[in-house]
Write a protein that binds this ligand. Structure first.
Ligand code: ADP
Ligand code: MG
Length: 368
């Protein structure tokens, strides 16, 4: 159980200069922290207050040897593994932009808030390690909601070996705002960037595509779908990414958050290459095949441009095909070769007969 130290420095001016009194330090003992942690969740946030909530969160965090100083001080101190570099990434989730509280239960919202950030670290071939969580909470949000959210967040953290080392907590006059900063580490030579794709490389994806997009559209229409957990509780592909990194199989890597056409487009841009995606090779789940008809006549539309799958898209030389299939199988992840890297003449989706496939929607973009 952590012990909190609260410093209150009151700087005074005595006519001659500023006076800095010794810090007033209040140490809460384990019993006092326990009272806050166990404060009934039927109570309102306003009773617990900002610092009570922070102590409550801190009281639920598992110990981690790499966290030298965790929640409670001005900044967290963490120990990197010798020889590794630090990777950092941050994401915001805004109510009614990224999620709706009416569909997204707090537990899965907590899981997803961290999962999407972990996916960014995985997309560099790196090991997710530490996270900062900033919350702007609307007044009237119940403590029960925050508790369930934190349970979800910390369950994802535990599954993926991530420690929550700090954050910020404030009130919101509009909706709920969640911001997660994630830190990961990796040996420099194992980091996989978007910029390494080469002409004639294969283009691969893990898992299946379009499931989250289908779930989003069905849910928006008030319907039910067996694919809803793909939208509300995505799984970041950490072990698959680390396997690619460890053996150096992939030349470029990205996670599929905006639709594979748009996301491969980011690899193409940074690698100064083009690409052909074979539409009929795109991996579709059984459920998508069965349920897509309510949304679109062509399920490949969803697979190409649907966001939030959080699968990995990567490029690799053809010589690595068998090794990639074997290593992904070892991780329990499906992998499919969906295209080839070309000289920089554009990124195109092609039908089986080689004609251009017309993608009706572009990938997700906040400003259009
Ligand atoms: P400061 O005023 O220096 O920004 P805060 O009062 O915001 O400090 O935070 C106190 C401590 O609690 C810090 O260690 C901070 O990282 C941590 N913290 C604040 N909010 C959260 C949160 N939502 N989750 C985890 N840690 C938090
Ligand atoms: Mg702060």
């Amino acid at each position: 159980m952590p012990v909190f130290t609260c410093h209150k420095n009151h700087v005074g001016y005595n006519g001659e200069g500023f006076v800095y009194p010794a810090p007033l330090t209040t140490k809460l003992d384990e019993q006092e922290v326990a009272i806050i942690v166990n404060f009934p969740s039927s109570e309102q946030l306003s009773h617990l207050g900002e610092f009570g909530l922070i102590r409550r969160i801190a009281g639920r965090i598992a110990a981690d040897d790499s966290v030298v100083t965790g929640i409670g001080d001005d900044a967290a101190v963490t120990a990197l593994t010798p020889g590794m570099q630090l990777l950092t990434s941050t994401d915001m989730l805004l109510e009614d932009v990224h999620f709706r509280r009416v569909w997204h239960d707090p537990y899965r919202l907590g899981r997803k808030s961290l999962a999407v950030s972990i996916s960014d670290i995985a997309a560099m071939g790196a090991i997710p390690r530490w996270a900062l969580l900033s919350l702007a909470l609307p007044s009237g949000l119940s403590l029960d909601f925050v508790d369930r959210f934190m349970e979800g967040f910390l369950s994802m953290a535990a599954e993926q070996g991530v420690s929550l080392t700090g954050g910020d907590t404030c009130s919101s006059k509009t909706g709920l705002v969640i911001s997660v900063t994630i830190m990961g580490e990796q040996f420099p030579e194992r980091i996989i960037r978007r910029s390494g794709a080469c002409v004639d490389d294969d283009i691969w994806v893990t898992g299946t595509l379009g499931d989250a997009a289908l779930a989003l559209q069905v849910t928006e229409k008030g319907g039910d779908t067996s694919l809803v957990s793909r939208l509300l509780d995505p799984t970041p592909r950490v072990s698959a990414a680390l396997e690619l990194a460890r053996f150096g199989y992939a030349t470029a890597l990205i996670d599929v958050s905006d639709g594979v056409l748009a996301d491969f487009g980011h690899i193409a841009e940074l690698s100064a290459v083009g690409g052909q995606l074979f539409v009929e090779e795109l991996p579709l789940s059984q459920q998508l095949r069965a349920e897509a008809a309510v949304i679109t006549a062509n399920p490949y539309q969803l697979a190409l441009s649907g966001g939030e799958d959080y699968e990995l898209c990567f490029t690799a030389p053809p010589a690595n095909r068998e090794k990639i299939r074997e290593s992904m199988k070892k991780c329990g992840v499906e992998v499919t070769r969906i295209g080839i890297v070309t000289p920089p003449t554009g990124v195109f989706a092609l039908n089986g007969d080689g004609s251009r496939f017309t993608c009706l929607a572009a990938g997700f973009n906040h400003f259009n």
